[in-house]
Design a protein around this ligand. Structure first.
Ligand code: FES
Ligand code: MG
Length: 592
């Protein structure tokens, strides 16, 4: 269908702007849009009204160039016969929002649901970029279920410092170790970090932002190739234009998120996440999106469908390169092309292009094999998330694509005990406690220790913090031991290169097993059995329970109070309890 044809059916927006039964209300709805020059003829023409959910602003620098890209989106919408109406969505800036932007993902979701439901939109362009801007937008799009399409802002250009690639976030973790080892000064630490951000765009590593935009593309919710185009490339503006055009066509063709977001689409996304070495934050976010889409996704799906997939993308933190080169190598379509040829992708999934995923991927083979490996010659075999359980938690994941050779040899390849490690627990209550005590000699931390952090989950932090990738004490780093096994009920940054055991659910603050571990306990990690246990008797655990759950900070804001009252655990996506019951609400128009 061409963009110029008008749809046969009555559009949702006409209930506001062209409603003979409620002429007085129509007058009210229409009049104020006149005050910036819109005409009643436009709004009453029956042309699709397309929202542009603007996630960019001065306090979300990762998405800020969407303020410019929106002009090209508007052009596309107009050229396809639609009418653009741009509006702000709740900003989510990962690096700056305290105590964590994770607290705000559900708030942004709630806000967007109210806007998409309560205003006269027939379709929406979801502008995404920084980590949680993608899942919050797709969660809301599913709840309301009007035609929706994702426009990623794209990553920053590759960062360079002294002839070395420096990638967002990853440079921080690596520089911290260099600083602890005495290899760089504080000033150089700062310069390396600043050089990792050379242009507009989101993190240029395969952190949570690039991962979640790849997930949107893998789910079929963006145009082919949208995720990886750098924010500063001319192709990004062109993608914005095409996305605007396509949004109008989606309305005319009545293609909604519920037509695209199937279980098969989510399983495709899980496989793509393994192949790109994607962020561990994809686990709660995909789970949350699936819940709001009414799709049954199980925590074990990460192991069953994702673990055996090899790592194909040579991109930091699991590999060497950054987002700009990844895009030039073929980006997400080239990764998906490999999976499709290997029979590891469901090519029949419908997408926002109107074509199947397999049709979208025709001819998308990688053009730079240094960066995107063939399925048969990967960076690493079986590179997905391991799913673990035991008496410390019912669910946690471990990102295997970032296990270094040194870590593997020291902890996982002990002769006769491959995949099994026992260590002495060093337990921290929150990150302040960690920073205060990690270099305390009385803890006597050595390479046989396992660092544990609790109070970092959705209830405990609150919001769940990226703090599980704890650095060893300085004296170990100076001896070349750059990472210890770590376990926690929080998350870790998608840019971190630590093989932590994280997202532990239920968390300590909810009375999970981590609440009952004590300093000096032995922890046994058995990756073959998928288990992680404290070697403490049941009787002793019962005794410790009488001591109560370790304290967490009080609510500091009204939203923190509401968030804690409503949030689920990370295994379940840290969604709002009961919100998944509100699906496809656009079928029931709001009262006038
Ligand atoms: Fe916003 Fe990484 S901090 S994308
Ligand atoms: Mg993050």
């Amino acid at each position: 269908m061409s963009g110029s044809e008008h749809p046969k059916r009555r559009l949702r927006s006409q209930d506001w702007f062209d409603n003979p039964d409620h002429l007085d209300m129509t007058a009210l709805y229409l009049e104020r849009f006149m005050n910036y020059g819109t005409t009643p003829e436009e709004l009453r023409s029956g042309k699709p009204i397309i929202g542009i959910a603007q996630s960019g602003s001065d306090i979300n620098p990762c998405n800020r160039h969407h303020l410019d890209l929106a002009k090209r989106v508007r052009d596309g919408i107009r050229d396809a016969g639609g009418i653009p109406i741009e509006f702000p969505s709740h900003p989510l800036f990962e690096n700056c929002k305290r105590p964590t932007a994770a607290l705000d993902r559900n708030l942004a979701y709630l806000g967007l649901v109210e806007l998409l439901y309560g205003y006269p939109f027939d379709g929406v362009v979801l502008t995404t970029g920084c980590d949680k801007t993608t899942p919050s937008a797709l969660m809301a799009a599913s709840t309301v279920d009007i035609p929706a399409i994702v426009l990623s802002g794209g990553p920053m250009l590759d960062g360079w410092h002294d002839g070395e690639l420096v990638g967002s976030g990853t440079v921080i973790w690596r520089s911290r170790r260099k600083y602890a080892a005495g290899e760089i000064t504080k000033e150089e630490f700062l310069e390396r970090a600043l050089d990792s951000a050379p242009s507009v765009g989101h993190c240029n590593t395969m952190g949570t932002a690039s991962t979640m935009n790849a997930m949107a593309e893998a789910l079929g919710m963006s145009l082919t190739g949208c995720a990886a185009i750098p924010g500063a490339y001319r192709e990004r503006g062109q993608m914005a234009y095409r996305t605007g055009r396509r949004a109008v066509e989606l309305v005319l063709q009545d293609i909604k998120p519920s037509d695209i977001l199937t279980r098969e689409a989510f399983l495709n996304a899980i496989r793509v996440n393994s192949a790109i070495g994607g962020s561990t934050n994809a686990q709660p976010h995909l789970m949350a999106m699936a819940k709001h889409a009414g799709v049954e996704l199980h925590p074990e799906d990460w192991q069953v469908h994702g673990f055996d997939i090899p790592l194909l993308a040579n991109v930091q933190p699991a590999g060497a390169y950054l987002g700009e080169r990844f895009h030039r190598a073929g980006g997400v379509p080239a990764i998906m092309w490999e999976l499709l040829q290997a029979g590891k992708l469901n090519g029949s999934c419908p997408t926002v292009t109107g074509l199947s995923m397999a049709e979208n991927l025709a001819g998308k083979e990688a053009i730079d094999r240094e960066v995107i490996k063939p399925y048969g010659e990967p960076m690493r075999e079986r590179a997905g998330f391991l799913v673990l359980k035991g008496n410390l938690f019912d669910f946690a994941i471990m990102k295997t694509s970032v296990i270094s050779e040194g870590f593997r040899l020291r902890y996982l390849n002990q002769p006769g005990r491959e995949g099994i490690f026992e260590g002495r627990a060093i337990v921290f209550d929150g990150s302040e406690d960690y920073h205060k005590r990690i270099n305390d000699p009385s803890l006597a931390i050595d390479e046989d220790c396992i660092l544990v952090i609790r109070g970092a989950g959705p209830l405990g932090w609150p919001g769940s913090a990226e703090v599980v990738n704890m650095q060893p004490p300085d004296h170990l780093i100076q001896r070349g031991i750059l990472s210890l096994p770590t376990i926690g009920d929080g998350r870790q940054s998608g840019t971190a290169d630590s093989p932590s055991i994280l997202n532990a659910s239920p968390e300590s603050a909810a009375g999970g097993g981590l609440a009952w571990i004590r300093n000096g306990d032995t922890i046994r990690i058995d990756l073959n059995q998928g288990r992680c246990d404290m070697l403490v008797s049941d009787e002793e655990i019962v005794r410790r329970k009488a001591e109560g759950i370790p304290a967490v900070p009080a609510d500091a804001t009204p939203w923190q109070m509401l968030y804690r009252q409503t949030v689920t655990q990370l295994a379940d996506g840290a969604t709002i309890k009961g919100a998944e019951g509100f699906r496809q609400i656009s079928k029931r128009p709001p009262r006038h």
